[in-house]
Design a protein around this ligand. Structure first.
Ligand code: ADP
Ligand code: MG
Length: 297
């Protein structure tokens, strides 16, 4: 491992590895969709640890599928172009020019950086946008106001997923590759749509009938009003937290996607702290609860 860890004895190492065995056995051959976002995407040490985790999962026979975000990177380029990003209920308002930037940044720079990272750690990653393999069909999102559902917000070229055809992802993962998906969809006129990466990850996990959906973010998990970590959330509690405003901003599409996936047959859905090195391995192969688990009922 390239990240700094305190020296541990060979015996302790062997012990730790042996403890992972039941989980490796349980998850062998299963698909795990990983939403890669937040600090884990911008800090070099965390990036390296993430790539190692993904490659290790692949090597022990698990099929990781990465869906990435890129809010901060989009923001940086918009600023350079003298544009100010705007959000409504956690969704980025996307005019035609912003859409161009989203395609450059997500489908170009960010995707290829991640592909390079994973390859550097010894994996074979392949980048895809939703257009590749005709994967993600989308239409313009009609965003109802949270307080007043009769009101609708125009957020431009933000997409709502019509359908996901996972055959390209399946073909790649069956053939030792690690798919890296950029959250861009296409419409009936081949127009592009910017889709929230959490929403794409959740829907992809559902159509792949993934064993797990893991959402790496820039916070410990879902927090209550007092800032305490909620280790488990039921649909009812989620409703309450959304209604009283405890869940806001980028956590809204994340929790909605997470809940959707949990209700649609994804076995385990977790929102986890991407600021912790090796967050992925901790969740998948560790035996301590980590982050927030979303229950289906
Ligand atoms: P990403 O999609 O990269 O993980 P987002 O910024 O879109 O990051 O979403 C995570 C953010 O959601 C957190 O950094 C936090 O500011 C915000 N948030 C809103 N409500 C909550 C909540 N109840 N618990 C935790 N984070 C929340
Ligand atoms: Mg987000």
């Amino acid at each position: 491992m390239t990240t700094d860890t305190p020296a541990i004895s060979p015996q302790a190492k062997a012990h730790i590895l042996a403890q992972a065995l039941p989980y490796i056995r349980k998850f062998h051959g299963k698909t795990m969709v990983i939403k890669y976002g937040g600090n884990a995407m911008t800090d070099p040490a965390l990036q390296a640890a993430f790539a190692e985790d993904v490659v290790l999962l692949k090597l022990v026979g698990i099929n990781p599928v990465v869906v990435h975000g890129g809010g901060p990177q989009i923001e940086t380029l918009l600023k350079r172009l003298g544009k100010q990003g705007q959000f409504v209920q956690g969704m980025r308002v996307t005019d035609a020019e912003t859409m161009e930037v989203v395609e450059w940044v997500l489908g170009g720079e960010v995707q290829q950086d991640i592909v390079g990272l994973i390859n550097g750690a010894g994996g074979k990653a392949v980048g895809l946008t939703g257009r590749d393999g005709a994967m993600i069909r989308a239409r313009k999102l009609r965003l109802a106001d949270q307080q007043n559902p009769a009101l609708e917000h125009d957020v431009g070229q933000v997409g709502d997923i019509v359908s996901i055809d996972p055959s390209a992802v399946k073909a790649l993962q069956d053939d030792q590759f690690i798919p890296v998906v950029s959250p861009i969809g296409f419409g009936e006129q081949n127009e592009s749509y910017n889709i929230n990466a959490d929403v794409v990850a959740a829907k992809l996990a559902t159509v792949l009938q993934a064993e797990k959906l893991l959402m790496l973010t820039n916070i410990r998990g879902v927090l209550d009003k007092e800032g305490n970590l909620l280790t488990e959330l039921t649909p009812r509690r989620i409703d309450e937290l959304c209604e009283d405003g405890t869940i806001s901003g980028g956590m809204i599409p994340k929790i909605a996607g997470a809940l959707d996936a949990a209700k649609s047959g994804v076995n385990a859905v977790h929102i986890i702290d991407g600021r912790v090195p090796h967050a992925l391995l901790l969740e998948v192969l560790g035996d301590q609860p980590f982050g927030t688990m979303i229950r289906s009922h």
